[in-house]
Design a protein around this ligand. Structure first.
Ligand code: ATP
Length: 500
């Protein structure tokens, strides 16, 4: 059973993933703060994305542009004139809705067939008693809604000390435009040949009419975007290069989400209809994920043609072209844009990883994160916290492992409970130091210098010499299967798991 959003929100708060922003003042609408584990998870999402799509590819480079850009950028991009959503207001309770979302929420109905009884009816469904469909405000069920009006989504601000119209600028609503306005800088400085892409990870801001659903839709969020430039005169496998690369990026992005754990059956592609396409787009495909709120966009992959480069060339008066040596002509590249939200990806990874299992008659909550995403890779746990030699050895192992990964030490409960705590935050491996490891000086018994490594998913355990621990985790965290790494190593019996 996938978790509900309430379950995720509560786990996220309780275990230090995500807190409501400015909570002690009553919270800031739709703003969230990433806590100690949340920031690790988020950094991991961004790090593997950057590694896989930038570092490992010969045809990609990166960029980190400023959030405040020249206001003309937004004129040229079309955002000033077009970046709005249709909104409707309730004339009674004044609540505001995105016109295209108003039927996507449950609605309040005072049913005339049942003496005006108040019902909450599932989104998009008619009343079971009178058959009516929603026409009034879904929240209060009484007020009529206004006609749709455009609502501008960019946050306006002022640059400098004077708040006049000459100083108006905007917080960027997407990271993409920086790649277009820097196209020539990047091309010339890096001596690139088409096709190539520019990637950026950074904050974007949209004054959403109806933010909500936890970190799914917020007013401040992070994006991981790529602008992949291709020569429109080229063909690949007999197809126009932009169409070929569009399909390639759809496949690569889908494979990326699968690789880090999203289940196949919870992912699907959605092709935008012609009348839904943005003004710049030749074709757009969304990757949708079955979030706790239902199927929704996880990322979009658009073929933006040469619209952006042409617009910026026209508004800035600077050439934004590429010299095609073979054809001896200047061309304006087409661009394919895979655009993902960091927060939405994180929410999908969390929802997909969540499991409730029954182990020895007890409920176990576990986040089965891919090891590369897990906020903590290893927890080092002493079996007896009163034994100074056990504690010392555990601290030394933690310090050694922490040179490579985020590793924690915990001795604040019995071992069984410590394992459950680590399961609940998705730590893939635990290391336990016990009497067998260090021996017992009082009885003149020497330790075997081995520790127990426990696997989160199978709960199996193996004994490993301390000086091999780093090597074992290097293999496991790089993705090698537990069964393969564990093969040939003595499994321990039950003790540490059962000891709680
Ligand atoms: P939506 O239709 O959900 O408003 P969009 O189509 O406007 O999204 P894009 O402009 O394509 O979104 O942005 C690319 C990605 O950025 C989205 O797929 C999503 O993951 C993320 N994103 C967009 N808006 C938000 C937001 N308000 N909060 C969190 N993430 C967002």
């Amino acid at each position: 059973m996938p978790p509900t959003m309430d379950v995720l929100v509560s786990l996220a708060k309780r275990r230090g993933f995500v807190f409501q922003s400015s909570e002690i003042y009553g919270g800031t609408g739709s703003c969230w703060d990433y806590g100690p584990l949340g920031v690790e998870l988020k950094n991991n999402v961004k790090r593997v994305w950057w590694r896989d799509f930038v570092q490992q590819r010969a045809d990609m480079v990166g960029l980190d542009a400023s959030i405040l850009m020249h206001p003309m950028v937004w004129k040229a991009s079309g955002h000033l004139d077009h970046f709005s959503d249709p909104m409707v207001d309730c004339r009674e309770c004044r609540h505001r809705f995105r016109a295209d979302h108003v039927d996507a929420v449950p609605w309040t109905h005072y049913c005339p067939a049942t003496k005006e009884n108040r019902f909450t009816i599932p989104a998009g469904e008619p009343c079971r008693h009178c058959g009516a469909r929603r026409t009034l405000c879904p929240d209060c069920g009484k007020g009529a809604l206004t006609e749709p009006r455009p609502f501008h989504l960019m946050f306006k601000t002022f640059m400098g000390s004077v708040e006049d119209s000459a100083a108006v600028t905007y917080l960027r609503p997407e990271t993409a435009q920086a790649m277009f306005v820097n196209f020539d800088n990047v091309l010339q400085s890096m001596r690139l040949k088409l096709p190539f892409g520019i990637a950026q990870v950074g904050r974007s801001f949209r004054n959403e009419i109806t933010p909500g659903n936890f970190i799914f839709r917020t007013r401040e969020f992070e994006q991981m975007e790529i602008e992949f430039f291709v020569n429109p005169s080229d063909t690949v496998d007999g197809r126009p290069a932009d169409e070929y690369w569009h399909d390639r990026w759809i496949e690569d992005c889908l494979a990326w989400f699968r690789r880090y754990g999203l289940r196949d059956e919870a992912l699907r592609l959605r092709e935008h209809d012609k009348d839904e396409l943005s003004h710049y787009s030749k074709r757009t495909v969304d990757i949708e994920y079955e979030f706790p709120i239902g199927w929704s966009e996880l990322m979009g992959i658009a073929n933006r043609t040469d619209f952006d480069l042409r617009q910026h060339a026209q508004h800035s008066g600077k050439a934004l072209t590429y010299f095609d040596e073979e054809r001896r002509q200047h061309v304006t590249p087409y661009v394919v844009e895979p655009a993902a939200g960091v927060d939405r990806a994180l929410l999908a990874f969390m929802a997909d990883a969540y499991r409730e299992e029954v182990v020895r008659g007890e409920k176990r909550v576990v986040l089965r994160f891919h090891p590369e995403l897990a906020p903590v890779k290893v927890a080092v746990l002493p079996l007896l916290k009163k034994r100074e030699d056990i504690v010392r050895t555990a601290h030394a192992i933690r310090a050694d492992l922490a040179r490579h990964w985020r590793v924690v030490y915990d001795d604040t409960a019995a071992i069984g409970r410590l394992y459950r705590r680590q399961d609940e935050v998705g730590t893939p491996y635990c290391v336990t130091v016990d009497v067998q490891t260090v021996g017992d000086a009082g009885k003149a018994e020497r330790g075997d210098g081995r520790v127990t490594i426990r696997d989160r998913d199978s709960m199996e355990q193996i004994r490993v010499p301390i000086d091999e621990v780093v090597g074992v985790f290097t293999r496991l965290i790089a993705g090698e299967a537990w069964s393969q790494v564990a093969a040939g190593r003595g499994a321990t019996g039950d003790p540490p798991e059962a000891a709680g």
